[in-house]
Design a binder for this molecule. Structure first.
Ligand SMILES: Nc1ncnc2c1ncn2[C@@H]1O[C@H](COP(=O)(O)OP(=O)(O)OP(=O)(O)O)[C@@H](O)[C@H]1O
Length: 244
């Protein structure tokens, strides 16, 4: 994958199952967001193949793909003037007619998403009135309303405090496990990902590990992630230690 003729990462191989939460981790600039955008067909890959249900991404019509993959990206949303309810309802766009008329099924999906993300009380607030954590929940609710088999999220916990980071990641885990969707996100929260994810993709520019967190720990995948004179990885606790 990469930009123009410039490949920024290669030798990436993994397969994701329904009902699993997967984190893409790695150091700054290694290509986490590029991989996530490539998975969502938001940018072309330079070689290899990405397939959903054994069908290459390139073979999907845009509407068909929007029923399989929803994305929550980091760009600030242009539509902060919308209410929470209106923004979440936009998730139904692939399914509504050209007038955007919502059927009873659409309305039920919207209601279910607002409930799952505990947004009922905020539904009539404007998005510009929300905190970062609340807005992140709204964006996830919109993706959930789109009701795709795959949800991709770029750094969903950025700007959140520890409690709200954990809250969002636990929510993503619950969504994956209860709805059997494939949920993939990029993050710098490696220790939380080790504790909460079913699978991890570790981009290191060389081996690009993939597997369950415990398998990656066994393979010593985390040990050379950061310069060893600054940070070491403690395999027993699954956490990083600062070298003073
Ligand atoms: N639009 C673009 N055009 C050209 N190069 C880009 C573009 N976006 C990113 N890159 C380059 O691709 C590489 C990977 O960037 P990417 O944003 O995917 O990394 P990342 O792992 O998500 O980084 P971070 O943790 O800092 O968010 C970087 O070297 C970056 O400069």
């Amino acid at each position: 994958m990469g930009y123009g003729a410039n490949a920024i990462a290669k030798n990436i191989n993994f397969g994701l199952e329904p009902g699993e939460l997967t984190a893409i981790v790695g150091i700054n600039g290694i290509g986490k967001s590029t991989l996530l955008r490539s998975l969502g067909n938001a940018q072309p890959i330079l070689g290899g193949c990405i397939a959903i249900k054994n069908k290459p991404l390139a073979a999907y019509a845009p509407l068909e793909l929007s029923e399989e993959v929803s994305m929550v990206l980091t760009e600030p949303i242009a539509s902060k003037n919308l209410s929470v309810l209106e923004l979440v309802a936009l998730g139904r766009q692939p399914y509504t007619n050209w007038l955007g008329t919502l059927t009873d099924i659409d309305k039920q999906k919207i209601k279910d998403s607002l409930h799952a993300l505990e947004l009922e009380e905020l539904q009539n607030k404007k998005c510009y009135e929300l905190s970062d954590g609340q807005l992140q929940r709204v964006m996830i609710a919109r993706a959930l309303t789109q009701d795709t088999s795959i949800i991709l999220l770029d750094e969903p916990t950025t700007h959140l405090d520890l409690y709200h980071k954990i809250q969002i990641l636990k929510l993503l885990r619950t969504i994956a496990h209860t709805t059997k969707k494939t949920v993939v996100f990029t993050t710098h929260e490696i220790e939380m990902a080790i504790q909460l994810c079913d699978k991890m993709v570790l981009l290191d520019g060389k081996d690009n590990y993939f597997g369950q967190p415990c398998e990656l720990i066994e393979q010593k995948a985390f040990e050379s992630l950061f310069p060893s004179d600054t940070v070491s990885f403690d395999a027993k606790t699954g956490s990083f230690r600062i070298k003073k």
